[in-house]
Design a protein around this ligand. Sequence first.
Ligand code: MF3
Ligand code: CO
Ligand code: CO
Length: 258
Amino acid sequence: MNVTIKTPADQDKMRVASRLAADVLDMIGSHVAPGVTTDELNQICHRYIVEEQSAIPAPLNYRGFPKSICTSVNHVVCHGIPSDRVLKNGDAINIDITVIKDGFHGDTSRMFFVGKPSVLAERLAKICFEGMWLGIEQVRAGARLGDVGHAVQTHVEKSRFSIVREYCGHGIGREFHEDPQVLHYGKPGTGFELQAGMTITVEPMVNAGKRHVKLLNDGWTVVTKDHSLSAQWEHTVLVTGTGYEVLTLGAADRGATP
Ligand code: MF3
Ligand code: CO
Ligand code: CO
């Protein structure tokens, strides 16, 4: 297994890359509006990452992915490819940003609504967000990944939604996707044991209907099999001796003044 422990210097670089990724999400929120295409969002983010941040958008050309960000709308679970699709009132969109700075990756995603969301879309996003945080709160040296997965799964399933099983969180660092795999379901006390200095993502995908997914012919876009709505949130997290440090908080959550 290719699990890496970050030195204090590596951790600082992870902090920088992760903050840049969060900054992109802070920036793009005001551009999510009716009439905008997902490719326009891609172009705005690409330019910001390359020109303002002097960073690299990690998805571009990653295993052949053609764009700089992922945009997953409504029943798209993850890895949606920005296109000429026009956003309309009521759409729910996950924007997933990964940047490389000084050799390290920061990876984060959030849900955004175009105009006014349905009651269901809002509740799905909320439960997914809460599930992500309950998972993150399990993170500490000595915890097991089954503890993380179980916390997410319990919250989501008691809300009568489902957890996607085919895609998961991951170790992250010099590589985009490192070991271990961070499943969003599991049994407490089982699985890989976390150690201080590891960096992982927690990024549950939650469906309003059944958990099953289908890969479209473009080789990337993952959709719910039953066409139900799907939501996702993602943070990059450092494991510490006493707990965790979330590296991809937005400015509002960092308590930064705008
Ligand atoms: N950012 C995604 C993740 O959270 C991975 C996207 S891979 C891409 O792991 F090629 F689609 F960009
Ligand atoms: Co990720
Ligand atoms: Co991501």
